[in-house]
Each structure stands twice: as C-alpha cells, then as structure tokens.
Design a protein around this ligand. Structure first.
Ligand code: ZN
Length: 345
C-alpha cells in the first residue's frame, strides 16, 4: 500500500507535504522531480492519497476509509494517471490511451513503484517501442477533469514522466495549468525536468526528490547487474581491441529494446562519472553498489582528466543516436571503437 510511512526516507519532504495539506495550502500543480530510484512516483501517490483521505491522521492517510480503499485498488474516480505508453500492434484500429493499460499500471504501482521507464515498458511488452504520452491523451485529460469530482474535494491528475509528452500534449497541458479547472491538482513526476518546457515548469511548485543515500539506494538489482556486466564487457573488449568481442556485444545490445539501450547508456555515463570521482579520491559522493565498486577498484585508473569529457560525450552521443533511431548495432560498435582509443589516453 502506498502511504507516506511505507516510503523509504524523505522524512523532510513528507513532513512538508503533510503540513501543506493540513494548512490548506494546495497548489494547483506540483512537480516532483528526482532521478530513477528516488521514489518521486510513490511520493506523489502518497500525497494524492493524503489529499483524498476522508479520515486524515496527523502523519499519514488512514488507509481504511472508503477513499483509501479505492486508492488501494487504484480505482478512485477522482484520481487519474497519465504515463508513457505504446501503440498496440495488431488488430485494434483505435489508437491506444493510458486507460487501455490500467491493469498493467495497477500491477506496476503495486509491485514496483520504484522502477523506471524501461521496467514499465517491459511490463507492457513494448519491445523496441519507446514510451510516449500521445497528443490524443490530452483530450482524455480534459474530458476527465471536466467531470465534477465524484466524492472528494479534489480531482487529481498524476502525470508520470511529462518529459515524454508529444508537443501538442504539452501545449494542451500548459493551457490547463494556465487556467486550471476548479479544485484540480496536477502532480507531475519527472526524471528529467530539464526536458519539460519551461512555461510548464514555471507554473508548478517544484519539489526535488533526491536519491536516498542509505543502503537501500545502493542495492543492486537484476537490471543494474546486467548493465554492469555489459559495461565491463565493453571496457574489456575495447581495452584488448578485441573486434570479435565488440561485434558479439553489439549483437547482444540490439536485443535490448530502445528504452533499455538508452537506460544502459545513461547507466554507463553514471559509471564513468563515479569512476572518475573515485580516481579523484572522492568516495563520499559515490553511489556505487558493491559489484560496481569491485569493478571500480581497477577500472577507475582508466578514467582520467584527459579522457573523461570525451568519454561522457561519446556515451551521450550514442544515447541521442539511439533516441533518433540510428541502427543500434552500428551505434554500439562505433562506441566500442571510440572507447578503445579513449582508454589509451
Ligand atoms: Zn483514508
């Protein structure tokens, strides 16, 4: 159940949110921004629940009132969700809307609220498709908000990853934020707030959700383990200038979907950064898990002030290429060749 007390860390943020509700200070729009894993999404849901709870306690929602019970099933008529989706393949002539994915969304929020976009896209079997909030979704948003609230004071619209909105959808959202319907609360939850248009950002009360720096944040997951193995393999192949190895890994890379490929390249940038900090002997600002730290013991010596910038640039460039649908195998192979040169710098 997503309530404040089940959310790891963020004591100050929770207190601030609770206090604002108790004081009746409810902004029309809030932007929760935090990197993946920080818990911005569950935090926004806990806040929404608290707003809608009919038996609010001093420090959390009650969890048992009719409103809370509906939220447990994510079936509250005044709580709506928008999130990136894909167009379903096959049969259906109708373009997909978020509501078509509600069963998967419920499961995702219940089981893996700390997961990220690639985790979500896997749940809906997106394959190579990238998650998008389509322009047509904005008509749905308007339609839903035009209804009177059913049983609560507020209608709440949680938009997860507004940076994935098509331009037309973003423009429509901006209009709504400029003239918000009565008693409507927008909660935007972003991993990359820089990619949201400034006119939207400036209309939101901003809330930064940092990564939790305790043990919980450093645990490895299946995905980070897989990414780390791939990262190690590229570095080894490039160091040995093992062309056959590079080719084999490029093949493997293509089997990940586009969003996973991008997630991996973002992961690789983080590793390079962390290893560079490690090389500078700044372990206190390091967010590595145990396996990553093991690899860094030797690898950090290869990241230095002569190559770190190019390293980051090449990885970011590869990420952009994937984003714009350049052939993944070529991107990856090309990247491996460039890294081979960089490692000797
Ligand atoms: Zn309640």
């Amino acid at each position: 159940m997503i309530v404040f007390k089940n959310i790891i860390g963020h004591t100050d943020l929770k207190e601030r949110l609770i206090k604002s509700v108790q004081e009746g200070v409810i902004p029309h729009a809030r932007l929760f921004s935090g990197p993946e894993g920080a818990g911005a999404l569950p935090l926004s849901v806990a806040y929404a629940r608290y707003l809608l709870c009919t038996n609010r306690q001093a420090d959390d929602a009650c969890g048992t009132c009719p409103s809370c019970q509906k939220i447990n099933k994510l079936a509250h008529p005044d709580l709506h969700f928008v999130f990136p989706i894909i167009n379903k393949k096959g049969g259906s002539s109708k373009d997909a809307l978020c509501d078509d994915f509600l069963p998967e969304w419920r499961e995702f929020l219940e089981k893996t609220p700390y997961s990220n976009l690639s985790g979500w896209l896997e749940n809906i079997q997106a394959g190579n498709a990238q998650g998008t909030i389509y322009a047509r979704e904005s008509n749905e948003i308007v339609r839903k908000l035009n209804f009177k609230s059913y049983e609560s004071d507020y209608k709440i619209m949680i938009i997860w990853l507004p940076e994935k909105m098509q331009e037309a959808a973003a423009n429509k959202l901006l209009k709504l934020l400029e003239e918000p319907p009565e008693k409507t609360v927008f909660l935007l939850v972003s991993e990359e707030p820089d990619k949201i248009i400034t006119t939207i950002r400036s209309r939101c009360q901003q809330l930064i959700v940092p990564l939790i720096s305790d043990e919980n944040a450093r645990q490895s997951t299946d995905e980070t383990d897989m990414f780390l193995e791939l990262f190690k393999a590229i570095m080894r192949n490039s160091w040995k200038r093992d062309i056959r190895g590079m080719k084999a890994k490029s093949e493997e890379f293509t089997t990940l979907g586009r969003d996973k490929q991008k997630a991996f390249l973002a992961y690789a940038q983080r590793q390079v950064r962390e290893n560079f900090l490690n090389a500078l002997n700044l372990p206190e600002i390091n967010y590595m898990n145990e396996n990553e730290a093991d690899f860094a013991v030797n690898f950090h010596k290869f990241v230095n002030e002569r190559n770190v910038e190019d390293f980051m640039n090449e990885l970011a460039l590869a990420e952009r290429h994937i984003e714009s649908n350049v052939n993944a195998k070529m991107v990856f192979f090309d990247l491996s060749m460039k890294i081979a040169v960089l490692l000797k710098k």
